[in-house]
Every structure is written in C-alpha cells, then in structure tokens.
Ligand binder design. Structure first.
Ligand code: C2E
Ligand code: MG
Ligand code: MG
Length: 746
C-alpha cells in the first residue's frame, strides 16, 4: 500500500473510531465506513454497502451509492446457499467473492436485478462480533467483472472489523436504552400505584430504621416522610407503640411469617386505628443483599373499627343508659356459672325493679321516665365494682351480677345484704326533673349462685321471683329467693293464663248488690265482678283481682263490669223504675285510678250506652288518696267534671289523713264491714261508726254502711244518721236478671 493510501486509511480509522466513541448515530458511522472503503479503493466503479443480520434476514444499513431501487429489492432477503454474494456469505459465515455476476451460480436468481443496476462483481465479507457471532455483511460492488487484489481483501477485512465494533457498540447502547426504558416504565407503574394505594408501605431495617416510605397520603404518617426516613421506630413512636412494633418485627424475622396486628396512633390530633401487616423481604438493598428488611403495610381501619364498635354497642348495650343489655348479661352469666361449677365460691344475682316507675312514665311522659332511668343507672354504677356487671334488662328493670361474694353461702348472704343496702341507699337522694323533685325506690330480689344453683335461666327467674316478694311486701326492700314463693308464683301464672282464656270465653260478669236508705228504698247498687268458672264454679274477686292487676289484665275485666252496669241501667231507665238519684258503684283499682286514660275510657263506654255519668259512682280506697296529692286531685276533678261521683270504699281501714279529706272531691264514705260487724251492743264498732257519720256530716258527705247481715244491725243503722245500707241482710250480690227481678219486686 502506498504511503498516501495508508495515511488516508489511518485518518479514516481515527475518524470512524472517534465517531463510534462519541456515539454518532449508527447510520452515519456505517455510511462513512462505506464512503471510506469506496474512497480508498480509489475506483470509479466501487460501491459499498453494509447489511445487518436479524434472525435469518439481511437488512440494509448503509450504502450511499447503491441505488435505492436495488436496496429495496434485496432488503430483508433470507440468507442461504446461492443467495447472491451477501446471502451466501452470511449463510456460510465466510467471505464470498463473485468476480463476475453474470456467470456466478450464486447470482442465478438475481441476474435480471444485477443487470438492471449494472452490477457485475460483488465481494461480500461477513461481519463477525467479538463473541464470534454473525452481525451482517459488508459488500463491495463493481460495474465491471473484477477479481480483488489481496490488499483489497485485507482492506475490506479491516473495515469489517470497524463495522463490527460500530454494530456491537450500537446494540449495546440499544440494550441500555431498552433497559432504561423498561426501568422507567416500571418506576412509573410503581409511582402510579403508590399514588393511589390507600395503604402506607414502610420498609424497615432489622433494627427498626425507616428505609423507605411509600403511600399516597401523609395523613396516615406519624411524622413527615423526611423526618422519619433513616430514623428508628423507637425514636419516632410513643414508647409503648414502638415496643409493640419492635416485637412484631422480631417475630416476623424469627418466624418468617406474615404478622397481622392492630394499633392506635394519634395523628395530627386524630385518633386512628390501623391494621398492620409485616413480612420479611430479601435483597431489598442492592448494595447489601444479605441484609433483611421488613415491609410493614399500614391500613387505616378507623372507620371500620368505629362501625364495629357501634354494632357491638347496639348489640350488647342498652342505648339509653349505655349499660350492658340482657344479651350481654346472659353471656356473662353463662360464662360465670361455668366458673362457679369448678369452685366453692358463691356469687349473686340481684334483680332490681323500680317502684311506681310506671306512674312517673304515665304522668310525666317517657322523656321524664328516660331521665330517671339514666340517673338510676349512673347512681347504681357508682355503687358497684368494676368487675361487677350491671345490666338494664327491661323498662325499669336492672340486673346486677356479682361474681364471687363469698366462700360459701353464709358469707355470701351477709355480703349480698350489704350490697342490697348499698343499692337501696343509692335511692336515698330525691330525683330532680327540672322543678320537680320526687322519691324513687326500688325492690330487689337476690339469688345466690353456687354449684347447686348454676342454671342461668333459673337464677334469673329466682331473682325475679324474690323481687316480686319485695314488691308484694310493699316495695323498697330486698328479699332472697325462697322456693315456697316460687310455687305460689307458679300457681299465679297459671291463674293468669286462665284469666286470659276466661275473658275470651265470656266467663266474667258483674253481679249487683243493692243499697237501700233508712226507709228501705233502693237508692243504688254496687257492681261486683264474678268469675263463673266452668269447673271451679263461682270464684271470688279477691282470688283473681290482685293477679289480674299484677299482669295488666284488670282493664279488660273493668270494661266488662262497666258494660254490664250500663246495660242494667239502660233496662232500669227504660222501665222507669229508678229516679235521678239512683247510682251504680264500680270499684276502681289503684292501677286504673292512676292511669291517664281512665276518664276517657269511662266516658266513651257510658256514651255508647247513652248513660249519664251522674248514674255512676266510682269506689276508690283511702290509700289512693294518700299518695301524690296533686295528681290525684287533678284526676278526680277531671272525672267529677264529667259528672262522676266518688265513694271512699272500706273507709276507716286505710289510715287516711282525715285533715286532707276535704281537699278531694269526695261524695260518700263507705264504712268498712269490719266496723259494722262490731256495732251491736254499742261496742267499739259503734263509736267508730258515729265518728265517721259525724265526719261525713261536717264535710257534707253521704255515709254508707256495708256488710249488714242481720236485722239487728239494720235496725241499729236505721236509728243513726246513715245515708244507706248494703249487706246480705238486704240482698246478696245478684246476677243481672236476678237483680232485675229483685228490684222490680220492691
Ligand atoms: P268491696 O268493694 O268492699 O265489696 C264489698 C264486698 O263485701 C263484696 O265482696 C261483697 O260481696 C261483700 N259483702 C257485701 N255485703 C256483705 C255481707 O253482708 N256479708 C259479707 N260477708 N260480705 C258482704 P266481693 O264481691 O267478694 O268483692 C271483694 C272485693 O273485690 C271488693 O270489695 C272489691 O274491692 C273487689 N272487687 C269486686 N269487684 C270488683 C271490680 O269490678 N273491680 C275492682 N277493681 N275490684 C272489685
Ligand atoms: Mg266496693
Ligand atoms: Mg268495701
């Protein structure tokens, strides 16, 4: 090679290598390689082209003087034996020199194409990578048949080497570019995901150091990301929480299992509950792949937790007083009796029922009743220990479960009595409702719980029974469960269901007992209820009225009596056998009397029968006058305005406050039979009768004697200033038709 050529060659080499190093686009480098070869060949006819291999196809990369038509024609050609110079060279991975295309078998299939572009010779050299892989071919065409010189072939090899460097470098940088693109894409995906991720993901080192924090919102972070990164959990969180997290980390690492835990944190003044999940991650840090890390995913479950708590509260707590409800009590009792069975300890269950609560509710309204219940709940709660369960199990019913109040029953009884006193003391202070101040008491029933008495249902029933005993003894007291009382109650419940049946079977009716004046003229009658039982015969009201009252059945019975009174009065009115002064008395019980609906009920019924209220006398007892003065007077005034009159039944037995008698709109006093029994011989009964008669006179009240059984009694009563007499001597209580016959016979 001459000097000039060598110089040229060296300068091209320098240029091409610097282009490769500088990252000039591959096409430009390859183009310059082609131009360099053509230039050094110093031949008018030499045209160079470079093809790259992809799979089994060759693609044109450069060939500045190759006709575009030819380039297009061979672009993508599949390599193989006899596929021109380049296709064959690539296939055989060795140089293929075709000095005359027209005669070459390799070009057999491409003659017309070579002719079209005046290509007569083609020398192709494979481009081999440093790893001995085929990258493409480099071809030199001539427009005349020509054999290359040895020097020319060396020159082509020389440039093939550069081309391989350029192609390799390019494929390297393509690879890097692809890698970067992939990395950017996965980073973008990760960023997009963490941006919307509701949870917080924290990466911690084994030592509890925050390494990375991912999450959409800072609202869940205890401190800002910057403050937390590279800091330790123990330096960030409150010590108790930090300890808990550290022990979870330790457990995650030792078990290699996912750990789930719950924790509360105050974040920006808001109490939040989180569910944390931790797991180990390997190879988190490229620089230290051996080091273990923990991923801690924190999920805000504050709302879910609150909802759960609310559901729990509604299911197990009374919404009014926030005390446990019956369900929770029964859960605790069930659990407790299991414990009791295995020990010698004794517990106790207290059943509390407020006295006269219904009256407060009825007269002052439910709002007032609710306030009382809330106050009662709070007072009772203050008297018990944390471990005791106080539940509200019904309207004004509370149950207190004391677990273990003694070793054995004797000690437990003493302790239970002590507790009962404390509970009762909670009612010592008056209850205030706005301006109103009043007393509320409670009746308590106690049932001890021990190995012999450990059936939850029975325990509740027994305490309830004992509470009834307190009620029956006047309320505001406590009683222990007594089996004898249970059998009494059982028979009462039987009677109660029999009453319900009997009402439907029309077994109740009113009997009528006449009242006569001193001249023996009938001036009225008392209606007395009777139960004509299909198997037991006539049952006295004393046997069923208290039970009916207790179970809320008295109203139905009273309606029967009132309707019977009205229908009798209707007949008497029609027959015109009575005058305006004739009245029939009806007994009104305590419960009915305090009911706000009484005037309405009475009035509606008499209107239905077209009976005047002046024909009805309401018998109430003295005890009803001694309670709650203001509302009693109000109730009586209302009834009086409707036209009803009042008689005080069994007068003399109720220790009524005589001084206050004048404040009530009373019309009549009915002297109790026990005094009439003792009036003969001018005994004690007689002087009491005299006193009552004088009282009646001074207050301008009628006085009726009841229970006169003999002629002597009647005659004596005629001799004093009595208004009327009622008793077996005149007539026994009679059915509607018997009474009518008797009345018409007078
Ligand atoms: P009470 O209102 O004092 O009625 C008088 C009771 O004395 C009646 O008993 C009557 O039969 C009885 N009696 C009347 N004269 C004599 C007599 O000469 N000798 C004797 N030994 N007894 C006489 P009864 O009917 O058994 O009623 C008992 C109580 O039951 C009544 O006492 C009353 O408190 C209550 N009662 C009766 N009917 C009703 C009713 O419809 N509603 C309510 N709430 N209570 C009623
Ligand atoms: Mg009566
Ligand atoms: Mg009476």
């Amino acid at each position: 090679m001459d000097k000039l050529r060598l110089k040229k060659l060296l300068s091209y080499q320098k240029m091409i290598l610097s282009q490769i190093a500088l990252g000039v686009p591959l096409n430009a480098v390859l183009n310059d390689i082609c131009l360099s070869i053509e230039e050094i060949f110093n031949s008018e006819t030499a045209k160079c082209s470079i093809l790259s291999l992809s799979g089994e196809q060759l693609f044109h990369c450069a060939g500045p003087h190759i006709h575009p038509g030819y380039r297009q024609a061979i672009n993508g050609i599949k390599i193989g034996n006899n596929v021109g110079s380049c296709g064959t060279a690539a296939f055989l991975k060795k140089q293929v020199i075709v000095d005359d295309i027209t005669t070459s078998v390799l070009w057999q299939n491409f003659q017309p194409l070579a002719d079209q572009y005046q290509l007569k010779a083609c020398w192709s050299t494979p481009i081999i990578s440093s790893a001995a892989e085929l990258l493409g071919t480099i071809a030199v065409y001539h427009s005349e048949p020509r054999v290359p010189t040895h020097q020319e072939l060396e020159l082509i090899d020389f440039f093939a080497h550069f081309t391989s460097i350029a192609l390799e470098k390019n494929s390297e940088s393509e690879k890097v570019k692809r890698l970067i693109a992939n990395l950017t894409q996965s980073n973008n995906k990760f960023a997009a995901f963490t941006k919307v991720m509701p949870d917080l993901s924290l990466i911690l080192s084994e030592e509890g150091e925050y390494i990375d924090i991912y999450g959409s919102s800072n609202d869940m972070l205890y401190r800002s990301v910057n403050e937390m990164l590279n800091q330790k959990v123990t330096d960030m969180l409150p010590s108790q929480d930090a300890e808990a997290v550290m022990s979870v980390i330790a457990k995650t690492l030792s078990t290699n299992d996912v750990q789930i835990f719950e924790y509360d944190l105050e974040i920006q003044g808001r109490f939040m509950t989180f569910e944390g999940r931790t797991a180990c991650i390997d190879n988190y840090l490229a620089e230290d792949p051996q080091k273990k890390h923990i991923v801690w995913v924190a999920r805000d479950i504050t709302v879910r937790k609150k909802t759960e708590q609310e559901i729990n509260r509604l299911a197990f707590f009374d919404p009014l007083t926030s005390l446990p409800n019956r369900r929770m009590l029964s859960d605790r009792l069930n659990m407790y009796v299991d414990v009791v069975k295995a020990t010698t300890k004794t517990g106790a269950l207290f059943f509390l029922d407020l006295d006269n609560f219904k009256r407060i509710n009825d007269s002052l309204g439910h709002g007032a009743g609710d306030e009382i219940l809330i106050e009662v709940a709070s007072r009772l709660s203050n008297t018990i220990r944390n471990i005791d369960t106080l539940a509200r199990v019904g309207g004004d019913e509370f149950v207190l479960l004391l677990e273990c109040i003694g070793d054995g029953d004797e000690q437990a009884v003493i302790e239970a009595e002590h507790v009962a006193n404390k509970l009762q003391n909670a009612f010592n202070d008056e209850f205030k409702l706005g301006e109103l101040v009043f007393k509320v008491n409670c009746s308590i029933g106690i049932c001890l719980i021990d190995e012999n008495n450990s059936d939850p249902e029975n325990i509740l029933k027994y305490a309830d029974t004992a509470m009834y005993r307190s009620k029956m003894n006047g309320g505001n007291r406590s009683h222990f469960y007594d089996p004898a009382l249970q059998s009494l109650l059982d028979s009462q419940t039987e009677i109660e269901s029999d009453i319900v049946r009997a009402i439907a079977a029309n077994e109740f009716c009113a009997y009528f007992q006449p009242q006569v004046d001193k001249a023996a003229k009938v001036i009225g009658a008392e209606a007395l209820i009777r139960w004509i039982h299909p198997t037991k015969g006539l049952i006295s009201p004393n046997e069923f009225i208290p039970i009916a009252e207790q179970y809320g059945l008295l109203q139905s019975l009273q309606n029967i009596v009132l309707r019977d009174i009205c229908s009798l009065l209707q007949v008497l009115n029609e027959k015109q056998v009575i005058d305006d002064t004739f009245k029939i008395s009806i007994n009104i019980s305590h419960g009915q009397f305090s009911s706000a609906t009484l005037p309405h009920t009475l009035f509606n019924t008499i209107n239905e029968f077209n009976i005047s209220a002046s024909q009805i006398k309401l018998e109430i007892t003295e005890t009803m006058l001694s309670v709650d003065n203001a509302s009693t007077v109000q109730q009586m005034d209302e009834l009086q305005q409707l036209g009803f009159t009042f008689s005080i039944d069994d007068f003399g037995t109720g220790y009524s406050c005589l001084a206050h008698l004048s404040t009530f709109p009373v019309d009549e006093l009915k002297v109790d039979k026990s005094f009439i029994d003792k009036i003969l011989d001018k005994g004690a009964g007689f002087s009491i009768l005299q006193t009552i008669i004088n009282l009646g006179k001074s207050l301008n009240l009628a006085v009726v004697a009841e229970g006169a059984e003999t002629q002597e009694q009647f005659e004596l009563l005629q001799s004093v200033d009595i208004t009327a007499v009622q008793g077996f001597y005149i007539a026994k209580p009679m059915s509607h038709s018997n009474y009518l016959t008797w009345h018409l016979g007078q």
